[in-house]
Design a protein around this ligand. Structure first.
Ligand code: HEM
Ligand SMILES: N[C@@H](CC(=O)c1ccccc1NC=O)C(=O)O
Length: 259
């Protein structure tokens, strides 16, 4: 066993195939490949966190969630590398991308779904690809990270409404007063509910990192393509700006007003 064998470097380092003659395309490809590798680890850790919460092993979930947030921070900082690519450079690469786009990232979609941001329309780009479709559909159908956190609140004796606990898991969880009341209680007496308090703060950390990623995506996109339409068919920057309004764990933000 050698370093290169263990890491399967021959395959990883032979996996860049620029379509243009532009030297900057290598940056574009590697930026996305590195992101997909980090996303692979994020999905693994999110799955671990979900299982740990389900099994009431909260300290184990904190380790996994902290790792997910630190990975997301890597992805946030990675935008600075891509931002060294100018609009002139990208305009040479872009025609080669045809209508491929980030919508086709099955790992990104699985992460969004695992974090509870469910939208069935976004399964469609994966319809033609059975193996990837299976990953996305499983993430769509299964309880999200936040579902498991809320079920944990219920197991700890907080009165979570039946509409929440018996909900259709394929829909986004609507903001709910019983969840808000439970988290508010946790934050009013952290010493009494310390592990739930810590869980909540891990979730807030993760959501903050995710928001920063969305913000840097849209800002980098505006810097590189301005207000052109996206290759995936959306209006581009104005579409991505709307995504900045997504709130993953609404009651955890709302409770701060209640304290
Ligand atoms: C020059 C660089 C980039 C440009 C111009 C760009 C542009 C866009 C646009 C316009 C969209 C909306 C879909 C569309 O109509 O095409 C989009 C979506 C997306 N992009 Fe990028 N992007 C860039 C780099 C990246 C990178 C480095 C990643 C990291 C993996 C990424 C991941 C995604 C994802 C996951 C979506 C779907 C977002 C969602 O559903 O909320 N993009 N991108
Ligand atoms: N949506 C981008 C294209 C794009 O960024 C892209 C194309 C192919 C593979 C990855 C991509 N990155 C994420 O959206 C654009 O409109 O220029």
């Amino acid at each position: 066993m050698s370093y290169a064998d263990y890491l399967d470097l021959d395959r990883i380092l032979a996996a860049q195939h620029p379509l243009s003659r532009d030297p900057n395309e290598l940056l574009f490809i590697i930026q996305h490949q590195v992101s997909e590798l980090w996303m692979r680890l994020m999905l693994h850790e999110i799955d671990g966190a979900i299982a740990a919460i389900r099994d009431d092993h909260l300290p184990q979930s904190f380790k996994a969630l902290a790792r997910v947030s630190r990975i997301m921070e890597q992805l946030v900082n990675a935008w600075s590398v891509l931002a060294t690519m100018t609009p002139s450079e990208y305009s040479i690469i872009r025609p080669h991308l045809a209508n491929s786009s980030g919508f086709q990232s099955f790992q990104y979609r699985a992460i969004e779904f695992r974090l509870g941001n469910k939208n069935p329309a976004l399964i469609e780009p994966h319809r033609h690809d059975p193996a990837r479709l299976a990953v996305v559909e499983a993430a769509y159908a299964e309880p999200s990270l936040y579902d498991e956190a809320v079920r944990c609140l219920a197991r700890r004796g907080f009165a979570i409404g039946p509409a929440v606990l018996d909900r259709d898991l394929t829909q986004r969880m609507p903001e709910d007063p019983t969840i808000l009341a439970a988290w508010t209680e946790v934050y009013r007496d952290p010493d009494r509910h310390f592990d739930l308090y810590e869980l909540a703060e891990e979730l807030v950390d993760l959501e903050e990192a995710f928001r920063l990623w969305r913000f840097r995506h849209v800002t980098t996109v505006e810097r590189i393509i301005g207000f052109k339409r996206g290759t995936g068919g959306t209006a581009g920057v104005s579409y991505l700006r709307k995504m900045l309004d997504v709130v993953l764990f609404p009651e955890l933000w709302r409770l701060r007003t209640e304290l």
